[in-house]
Design a protein around this ligand. Structure first.
Ligand code: NAD
Ligand code: DAU
Length: 341
């Protein structure tokens, strides 16, 4: 008997983690078909995938996860049997300025994707969630999969809403869903609105670096390739209906990260500007990833010591990539390369 073809719908594959995941899977699982389904919001950048787009196993579809009809046509055309849902509005500061699109994409979009996945009886639905759904920690303690959901920002509230819908589709319809909740990622292709790429880009342009509040908020940083390997592990070895926390055991206050980047780039600390705090700013995140390590055998390959310099170096080597984001030119790529075909 021949093995059925694996056709994975990667939603949000033109974003930061999605891009890294598409690249990771094309290299690690060369027999799989990867269908990247992305709306190309400001955060979607098809230039990230320029050098894989001619691969036979890779397809791009410009589409919205809120659009049931387009999803159905895509599932039918490409015989989708696995879904990995990265598509989201992902930036906390933007959710404070305008929450509606976060509810539309993160909640309604996920529900639409779940419904279509049910109709097409997919074999696995992976919801890529976040540690932010657990809220904020004090000086001590870790988030486990049993920690109650206590989202504090419109972004994290919308991700928590999505998680509950995913759980409901598993419990009610037996859709084979799994949820991953990961800590802060860093690495190549991260949009320069998030802390680490923003600091690198501003420092290289000798511009002020805004640090919110006292700069002592703590995040648990994970190199993006480790997140990709964790999702691949959950996809292949995870138990349906389960939640898996993913983290790097790599806690660091923001000021320390900023100082390390400035030191690497030999830029002065006088660039740091302490600014008004983010409203509802979560103080500390720390992940207990015992479950995925113990049950599925995953562990991160990198640490900040190895991967932060590599990440900074990537932004140094790929100046044209982020300059095209700052100028807005990256948004012309789809029109030039795809619409004219
Ligand atoms: P990102 O903002 O870089 O990318 C999001 C992608 O989704 C973009 O390509 C965008 O065009 C696409 N998108 C947005 N709305 C869409 C829609 N309606 N239909 C189809 N595509 C749409 O985000 P990221 O940092 O790569 O995060 C990816 C996922 O991982 C998100 O679900 C996020 O919540 C989660 N996550 C992120 C982190 C992190 O540190 N960045 C950590 C844990 C979890
Ligand atoms: O924990 C996972 C989450 O990590 C993901 O779910 C989100 O999608 C992702 O954006 C990220 O959220 P954060 O809010 O933690 O990331 P951000 O890079 O925006 O901020 C990191 C920390 O740095 C946070 O404490 C706020 C602070 N910060 C951020 C920016 C952009 C600053 O001090 N100055 C800044 O300019």
């Amino acid at each position: 008997m021949s093995t059925p073809t694996v056709n994975i719908l990667v939603t949000g594959g033109a974003g930061f983690i999605g891009t890294n995941f598409v690249r990771y899977m094309l290299a690690k699982r060369p027999a799989y078909n990867i269908i990247n389904y992305d709306k190309l919001t400001y955060a979607g950048n098809l230039e990230n995938l320029k050098n894989v787009e001619t691969k036979q196993k890779y397809t791009f579809v410009k589409g919205d996860i809120c659009d049931a009809e387009q999803l159905k046509a895509t599932f039918e055309k490409y015989h989708i049997n696995i879904v990995v849902n990265f598509a989201a509005e992902s930036h906390v500061d933007r959710s404070i300025l305008g929450a509606k699109v976060f509810v539309e994409t993160n909640v309604l979009g996920t529900q639409t994707l779940l419904e279509v996945s049910k109709e097409f009886a997919v074999k696995r639905f992976i919801q890529v969630s976040t540690d932010e759904v657990y809220g904020s920690l004090g000086e001590t303690g870790f988030f486990t999969e049993e920690t109650p959901l206590q989202a504090n920002s419109p972004y994290s509230a919308s991700k928590a809403g999505a998680d509950l819908l995913v759980r409901a589709y598993f419990e009610t319809f037996k859709l084979p869903c799994l949820i991953t909740r990961c800590s802060n990622n860093y690495g190549p292709y991260q949009f320069p609105e998030k802390l680490i790429p923003l600091v690198i880009v501003n420092a290289l342009n000798d511009k002020p670096i805004p640090v919110y509040g006292d700069g002592m908020n703590v995040r648990d940083w994970l190199f993006v390739e480790d997140h990709c390997s964790a999702i691949d592990t959950v996809l292949h070895k995870g138990k349906v209906g389960e939640v898996y926390n993913i983290g790097g055991n790599n806690e660091m206050p923001n000021t320390e990260i900023v100082r390390r980047i400035l030191a690497y780039l030999q830029k002065p600390e006088s660039l740091i500007k302490f600014v008004t705090d983010r409203p509802g700013h979560d103080r500390r995140y720390a992940i207990d990833s015992t479950k995925i390590q113990r049950d599925l055998g995953w562990k991160p390959a990198d640490t900040f010591e190895t991967a932060l310099p590599r990440t900074i170096q990537w932004y140094l080597n790929n100046r044209a990539w982020w300059e095209r984001i700052l100028s807005g030119d990256y948004q012309k790529y789809y029109e030039l390369q795809y619409e004219k075909r």
